[in-house]
Structure formats: structure tokens, C-alpha cells
Design a protein around this ligand. Sequence first.
Ligand code: NAP
Length: 493
Amino acid sequence: MTESILVAGDWRPGRGEETPSLFPADGSVNAVVATAGVDDVNEAIERADRARREPAWRNMRPHERAAILGRASDLLTGRAEAVARLQTRDNGKPLAETRALVASAAGTCRYFASALETLDDALTPPRGDYLTMSVHEPLGVVGAITPWNSPVASEMQKIAPALAGGNAVVVKPADATPLVALELGRIFDEAGLPPGLLSILPGRGSVVGDAIVRHPLVKKVSFTGGTRTGRMLAHIAADKLMPVSLELGGKSPTVVFDDADIDHAVNGVLFGIFSSAGQACIAGSRLFVQDGIHDAFMTRLVEATARLRVGHPEADGTQVGPLISEQHRGVVEDYVKLGLEEGATLLTGGERPRGDGLDRGSYYQPTILAGLTNAARVCREEIFGPVLVAMRFADEDDLVAQANDSVYGLASGLWTRDYKRALRVARRLETGTVWINTYKQISVSTPFGGVKESGTGREKGVGGIRAYQQQKSIYLGLNEQPIPWAGPVIEEH
Ligand code: NAP
């Protein structure tokens, strides 16, 4: 029995390949999806473009669109446990994490519903005998392309604001994790979204994703994924003169100053890199510890890392689940090998865990490499796994120079009791987000995005809806007389 996909209101098998969704804990098949083919993509986009022009959607008031989003949020909350389990099956994240992600996705949907109800358009100060207003209108059909690491959150983060903005949305989830996006499709159906406005098109990026990005009726692409793919999409978007938002990779520095609260810092560093088995764009994967506490801190950190509970993602208490696939574990292993060849010292990890059924899944031990400088490839490239590279620094200037010496600029973390220093350094770090004495906390009301090769554009916040709209200026003439320039001609006639 294969899973159907959602093509502009119709649930049916796609015309692409049949692709299995695999459980990374043991390789068993969760479902087989009849993925989309290029014909499905074209049909979905053409029908989406018609649906978004229908009066039923075009004339729907913001509070009515908000009501649909509100119902979708309630439906997701009502089946939260089932969706969390589905995501755990799809990508192997521990249930504790997927439960939090589902709650966050429901909150995102609710937030954009509320924001939509309160957004104003503007009357602008007139400079003539007319009334001027600036209104926001939908862009049209929007493509949303997402990665496999946090599907429910990254998909809702695009679907909700794009629908709030009055658009139609065509979603291309990652090939490895199609199931949650399909469930979101069912939820928006049940919430009363008019047919055609949302399509869920699983399939390969190079086929389905590429067809979405190139389609002339697609007016914006919101992409989350790797920097290499993002750059490719940006080139296509440039040719179409189409806006594109890019949430890309990272190699985020976490910094522990001499005066940090050590207990908090150890916990924060562990959570920053090893939650989600390091498969997070914002993973704090480069650690910088100040000379004065370096040795004591590293001893504590290594001991705590070795105690992390690596285990089955559906078991209570698991902190680190499997990686998404055997193939990805191979990439992570190659990076650790490379780090050792580059001269790193292995402080802990560096192996596949054994026993307790772990041999059946794509698990990898939390790993710390030390003794390298930022020049090493493992300190520069995103590994996207449970691998931390630890370095040291002397003072603020040294730290800022090292932390900013990266093509990436997604996030950073600072651990210090000195808030003046924290704010001073935060302003000097070239990253889209800085966490001070906390890490990996995400709030939907706070804009999120990267600088440098970590991306362009921001998601979340009230501006999250505006990112899916364009402004139109309207002049309403109030003059009782003809426009003076043309007036004499008309009077002479
Ligand atoms: P990826 O390979 O770039 O894939 C992301 C999405 O793009 C997938 O759906 C993929 O399809 C699709 N895709 C691939 N080639 C495409 C093409 N030619 N045209 C259109 N779409 C295409 O990234 P990933 O390995 O799935 O995810 C990991 C990366 O995402 C990491 O670099 C991570 O840092 C980044 N990420 C960033 C954020 C953020 O907010 N900044 C959040 C999460 C993850 P397939 O399924 O076929 O590959």
C-alpha cells in the first residue's frame, strides 16, 4: 500500500518514483510514498495559481484566513502525540525533541493567525490632493522546500505565514522525510482551506524541487537546507527575478569565558551540539574556551559527554538518537577521520555505539575533537552530526577574530556572568542570532535567519507574513478640478 500525495486538493499516487520512508533506528520501512513527478508539479502549480485567484480566497478577509490557521493549529495540537511519533519514525529524533517540535509548529500556526488579525495597512501622509495608502498583497504561488532534520517545524514555518499572506503554497519536503508534510496537508484540508491552495509534493530535490523553482508561475521560493543547494536555487531565482529566502547551514561558535557559570555552560554546550545528534543548522559545533578555565572546563565537558544516553528514539530518557541514514553516518565518520588526519586529539566518542540494539541503526557516539585551529577543514565545514571541535582563546579580540573566521554566520552562544561584555561581544559577532547564557532557544515572535553563507531573509516574527507579500500603493484623487497640466488643453477644446 503506497501513500498518496496532495496535488492541489486531490489525494492520489504521484507519478514519480515510489520511495520508502525508513526508520533510522533499525532501517525498517515506515511507508512507501508514490512521490511526485514533474507532471504533478506543473499541475499543482497551475491549479494553485487558479485557486489563489478565486474570489473565495482572493476576497477572504484576514480574520477568516486566520480562522483557518487557528483550526489547523488546534487540529495539530489534538493529534500532537501521533505527529511527534510520525516524525520520530521518519527521521529518528528522540520523542522528547519531536514532541517539542510539534508543539512549536502548532504555536507557529497560532502565532501567524493572531499576527494576521492584527496587521495594519497604512495611510501615508499625502503630498497633494489625494489620499495615499500602502497595502500588502500576496505574491502568488510560493514554493517551500525543506530539509529532513526538523520537518514539522520548518514546514509549518513556511506554510502558515505564506497562507496568512494570502498565497497558495507548494511544499517539497525532503525525500527522506515525507510523512509529516503529508499529515500537515491533511490537517489544512480538515481545517477548511479551499482546495488547490496547498500541495504536498514529496520527491527528489533535483527533479521535484528543481521543477518548482523554475516554474514561471512560482513567485517566491522559501528554502531551508544546505548552502550549496541554496546557492544553486539563488542563481535560478536571479534569472527569474524572483525573491528567494534562504535558511542555510552553519558552523556556530559557542564561547565559554573564564567567569562563566560552569554548570550552566557545560549543559548548554552539550545541548547545543549533541541534541538532535548534532543534525541542526544552529548546532554549536565550534567551541571556544578561554585559557583560564580551559583545562578544568574540558575535563567536565568530556565526562558529561561520555555520560549522554545514546539510545532508541522512542525510549524514555534517550538524549541522542540515530543519524538520519547509514549514508549520512558515513559522512560524519569521514569527517572524524579527516580531523584525526589533520592532527586532532580525540577526547571522547569517535565510534559507533554497540549493544542494546544500537547495531541495527545509524547511531554515532557524541564526539569531541581538540587541538586544531580554525584553519582545519573540520573546524570550517559543517559536519551536521554529533561532532564538536574544541579550541581555545586568550581574550575578547582573539575570540572575535576566531569566531568570525567562518564563511557561515547563523548563530553563536556566549557563556559569561559579565553582561556588559556579553552585549559588547554579541554586537561584534557576525551571526544572525546570539544566545547569551542559553542556547538553541527559538521563539516564533523573534525573527530568525543567517548572515554570510548561512542565508538571506528572515522567518518568524510579524515580518514573517510580510515576507510573503508585496506592497501596492494606491492614490485616491480628491481634487474637484482637473489635473492642472492637462486642464488648459481640455478647457480650450
Ligand atoms: P539539502 O541537501 O540542501 O536539501 C534541502 C532540500 O532541498 C531537500 O528537500 C532537497 O531534496 C532539496 N533539494 C536538493 N537539491 C535541490 C535542487 N536542485 N532543487 C531544488 N531543491 C533541491 O539539505 P539537507 O541535507 O536536506 O539538510 C541539511 C542542511 O540544511 C544543513 O546544511 C543544515 O544546516 C541546513 N538547515 C538549515 C536550517 C536553517 O534554518 N538555517 C534549518 C535546518 C537545516 P532531497 O530530499 O532530494 O535532498
